[in-house]
Design a binder for this molecule. Structure first.
Ligand SMILES: [Zn+2]
Length: 265
């Protein structure tokens, strides 16, 4: 490529990246080249595909329990400040699978695998996981993941010609919503904001520490997907413990205001 053209390409790519920057709720700079509605559409599509592949639990009491905890969390979502539009409703599915995993997707989707319920043994521990997962979506992490993957896979030439990337062009990256692990900074943000969220809903924030202790006991040869590889459990537990004095009063206020979830297993 002749030099002037190359220079133009670099300049326009840099311009795209600057224009596409957003800020996360904890003040981190984010790359965002897909619109919130495009990311929602991708989430809804991915969830439909997942429901076709993985059966839902036949245990209705188990599904009702997961629904109960999820609803208590999603009810208080609008009372916090988020950087993406809050979905009007949430669809919750408990999948029959031994995987120790759970996820949330843009477009108001929550999936919990029955295997998780063996590790998250109380309603408060389950609330810690669900709070963490929906925070990934509400803090714009999904949009960020799709954006960085799109820039990487489409290449700078396409990115420089950017005038608005269609959902169709991004269809190949739908899977990134599932397959790519979140980055370390995403995990830390979801841990902290997720703990804020569960406290607001009247769940005991100390349970998020117990949860990661349970997770680390699993560790071993094949750590569960939800743990990802970093941050280490020690770092997580340390950071969550530091946040506790801020969230315990939030939890107590929620209880005093009548938010006392009671979801039976
Ligand atoms: Zn996470």
């Amino acid at each position: 490529m002749p030099l002037p053209q190359k220079r133009l390409l670099i300049v326009s790519t840099v311009a795209l990246l600057i224009a596409a920057c957003a800020t996360s709720p904890l003040g981190r700079r984010q790359l965002k080249i897909v619109s919130d509605s495009e990311v929602s559409q991708m989430g809804i599509q991915s969830f439909t595909e997942l429901k076709q592949k993985t059966p839902a639990t036949k245990d209705s009491a188990q599904a009702a329990y997961v629904q109960c905890v999820s609803s208590a969390i999603t009810r208080v979502i609008p009372s916090m400040n988020w950087h993406v539009p809050v979905p009007a409703s949430w669809e919750v599915v408990t999948f029959q699978s031994d995987d120790v995993n759970a996820f949330a997707l843009p477009g108001g989707k929550i999936g919990v695998y029955t295997g998780l319920l063996k590790v998250a043994t109380t309603q408060d521990q389950l609330a810690a996981v669900i709070g963490h997962e929906v925070t990934h979506v509400l803090a714009g992490h999904s949009a960020e993941r799709v954006s960085s993957n799109a820039v990487g896979s489409l290449g700078t030439a396409v990115a420089s010609a950017y005038t608005g990337i269609s959902t169709q062009a991004l269809s190949g990256v739908t899977q990134t919503l599932f397959l790519l692990p979140y980055s370390r900074s995403h995990e830390s943000e979801a841990d902290l904001l997720g703990m804020d969220l569960m406290s607001k809903a009247g769940f005991d924030p100390q349970a998020s520490i117990t949860l990661w202790q349970n997770m680390s006991k699993l560790g071993g040869q094949k750590p569960p997907q939800i743990m990802s590889t970093h941050p280490s459990n020690e770092t997580r537990i340390h950071d969550l413990t530091k946040r506790l004095p801020q969230d315990l009063p939030v939890y107590q206020q929620a209880r005093a205001a009548g938010l006392r979830p009671s979801c039976g297993r």
